[in-house]
Design a protein around this ligand. Structure first.
Ligand code: ZN
Length: 283
């Protein structure tokens, strides 16, 4: 006969096993997908991303969006060697590993200018085209991501919040100009980074127009690409984006949604993505 203490231990162990089993099953079924909440984050921290699941999502996203250029787009945010606990932060060595793995797999790196030329019928796109983008304009993009991109000789596209240029922890106008002069492209991430889908048409138009004007006055070149803050859009936002830009990006892959040049999907890269090239094998 097990003692009372042993019985309690058995019950606790059994309960934990059931929890782990349910958690693993939920993950296997894809209920813990890339973009939502605490549980998926715990799942990825414990197991890493589910490559099979991610491949299936990307393939579906591609299959229902035949009308847009066939490219692979990545969305990074912060790039620093520290801040281990920040899921939005990718270490420079991880960024470099991602680039090298894509190079080995035969990818050719493009920026939004190449995409614009393709859309205008001026130049073809490489068969395996990869677009690397960075959102929010953090100073670490200049300090850590830009040197990696230069050393690896690949272009990056940086979506900058115009009202924060030169502010604490953000890139300066001079840094943006330097990056542009060395093959990088700069796009708009609006004036304030507030969610456009909560704004009136007039407010949306201001966010899109004024950020473009500020960036163009700094860069002396047309700014034609937009990334929606938070990635949310509605009909008003789409209409305004079409009147002010030549392309616009959301920040996640939504396999159930057909893409257009104004809802180009990017794969969000997070701290747990140590290797990502394999996820795109079915792209
Ligand atoms: Zn953002």
């Amino acid at each position: 006969m097990p003692s009372k203490k042993n019985k309690t231990e058995l019950i606790i162990i059994g309960f934990l096993c059931i929890c782990i089993g349910l958690f693993s099953f939920a993950r296997y079924m894809g209920w813990l997908a890339q973009d939502s909440g605490l549980l998926p984050m715990i799942a990825r921290t414990v197991y890493g991303p589910d490559v099979r699941q991610e491949m299936a999502r990307l393939k579906h996203a591609k299959d229902i969006s035949s009308g847009i250029p066939h490219i692979t787009s990545l969305c990074y945010h912060e790039v620093t060697p520290d801040r281990e606990d920040d899921c939005m932060n990718v270490k420079p060595e991880d960024l470099r590993r991602h680039i090298r793995e894509f190079k080995e797999a035969g990818y050719v790196f493009i920026h939004v200018g190449d995409l614009q030329n393709y859309a205008a019928g001026l130049a073809p796109l490489p068969e395996k085209a990869l677009l690397i983008t960075f959102d929010d304009g953090y100073a670490d993009n200049y300090n850590y991501a830009y040197p990696v991109l230069r050393e690896e000789q690949v272009p990056g596209t940086f979506f900058v919040v115009s009202s924060t240029i030169g502010k604490e922890n953000r890139m300066t106008a001079a840094q943006l100009r330097e990056m542009q002069a060395n093959g990088m492209k700069i796009g708009s991430h609006t004036v304030t980074h507030d969610s456009l889908s909560n704004m009136s048409a007039k407010e949306v138009d201001f966010e899109l127009r004024a950020s473009r004007e500020t960036l163009e006055s700094i860069l002396g070149e047309p700014v034609f690409a937009l990334a929606y803050p938070g990635g949310k859009v509605n009909e008003t936002v789409l209409d305004k984006a079409k009147s002010r830009y030549e392309m616009a990006f959301v920040a996640a892959v939504r396999p159930e949604t057909k893409q257009t040049m104004y809802t180009l999907q990017r794969y969000g890269v997070f701290s747990w993505n140590k290797h990502i090239e394999s996820i795109f094998r079915n792209r």
